[in-house]
Design a binder for this molecule. Structure first.
Ligand SMILES: [Zn+2]
Ligand SMILES: [Zn+2]
Length: 355
């Protein structure tokens, strides 16, 4: 039987079946459609302006490595005019993050981008190894997720960038839609499909891979021979997400468009006015200045729990009451440095300061 020719260029030999569409295509056409779809996602959402300084949240894993490569490629091909940085968070997980950070350091050379690494240890005084030693493996993902979110914003602030892009892919977003439906978390359901989120004066966060299938990201990394780190975190993964993931993979096997269809369904949800009214206003944390929906932000509450030896009781919404019931925080409590948004820092270049 004659080899199949590429369904897109009708010229080269098809060597792969595209996971998203089932088309038999050649390698070069695969690279081009994958990159072009990401470019279309970026331009349709008007994610960037020329001159933007953008940090790529880089873990050394396949998603963020492919993101760094594709952002660099598109920035050059389409003259986005972006200044790109790599931003990595060192959670302090021996045998996992230390190895993946070596990958990011090689990416820094390969892609010629400045790299900033910020560690939980320097920001919070706790590595994840120390957190797990204190609280065990059951809820450590809660600490890690809260700490990472704030660490990324603080790293971006240090780089003077006000836009972070992350490697979240279509599978991640579809899983999150399913999880939020199953948990009845209406506020998050409304937010989780947005390509770009931002608070009042906080750092923008975007997901250029919002519609990119995980299988295609793996395929892209493989055929481009990109240098990435492929070990899973050594601490227990988020069990609930694991169920959603397995379910989604089953749906995808039966019908590949299931992933994109779930995202579209999520996008079509609209919050009723009376549901919106119950949502908390954003304010700033009284202790560290980071955005928060309570007096203290989640990171400060979790850190106080760790410092006071009450970590296992601060992962619920009633955490503050439990801490207060034991008494006020000691004066010498270790806290997070005050948060500075990058925007005011940029506007320091006022005429009075330049003279
Ligand atoms: Zn082709
Ligand atoms: Zn705080």
């Amino acid at each position: 039987m004659a080899p199949t020719s590429c369904a897109l260029c009708q010229n080269a030999k098809a060597i792969l079946k595209r996971p998203k569409t089932g088309q038999q295509i050649c390698k070069e056409c695969f690279f081009f459609v994958f990159e072009t779809e990401v470019h279309n996602t970026i331009t349709q959402a008007h994610l960037f302006e020329p001159g933007d300084r953008v940090a790529i949240g880089a873990s050394g894993g396949k998603d963020s490595t492919v993101l760094a490569y594709v952002m660099k490629t598109l920035n050059e091909r389409h003259n986005y005019g972006l200044e790109l940085f790599l931003l990595s968070i060192d959670e302090g997980i021996t045998g996992y993050r230390d190895d993946s950070l070596e990958t990011v350091k090689r990416n820094q050379q390969q892609y010629n981008m400045p790299l900033k690494i910020l560690s939980y240890e320097e920001l919070y005084g706790w590595t994840m190894d120390a957190v797990v030693a204190e609280i065990g493996k059951k809820n450590n993902c809660t600490f890690c997720g809260v700490f990472r979110r704030q660490a990324l914003d603080r790293g971006a602030s240090a780089l003077q960038v006000d836009h972070i892009v992350t490697g979240h892919n279509a599978d991640d977003i579809a899983e999150t839609v399913l999880m939020n439906i199953m948990r009845g978390d209406i506020a998050r359901l409304g937010r989780c499909t947005q390509i770009c989120t931002r608070g009042e004066d906080t750092i923008r966060r975007s997901k250029p891979f919002k519609y990119a299938y995980e299988k295609e990201i793996v395929m892209y990394a493989y055929f481009k021979k990109l240098d990435y780190f492929s070990t899973e975190c050594i601490y227990s993964p988020d069990a609930y997400r694991g169920h959603a993931r397995t379910f989604l993979k089953d749906l995808e096997a039966a019908r590949p468009s299931a992933i994109i269809d779930i995202i579209h369904s999520g996008e079509a949800f609209e919050l009723r006015e009376d549901v919106k009214a119950t949502q908390k206003q954003q304010q700033t944390c009284k202790r560290c200045g980071y955005m928060s929906s309570n007096d203290l932000c989640k990171a400060c509450t979790l850190l106080e729990g760790l410092e006071r030896g009450m970590a296992s009781s601060v992962i619920t919404d009633r955490a503050r009451k439990k801490l207060d019931a034991v008494g006020p925080a000691p004066d010498n409590l270790r806290t997070i440095p005050h948060f500075r948004s990058p925007r005011p820092a940029v506007s320091i270049q006022s005429p009075s300061q330049q003279s």
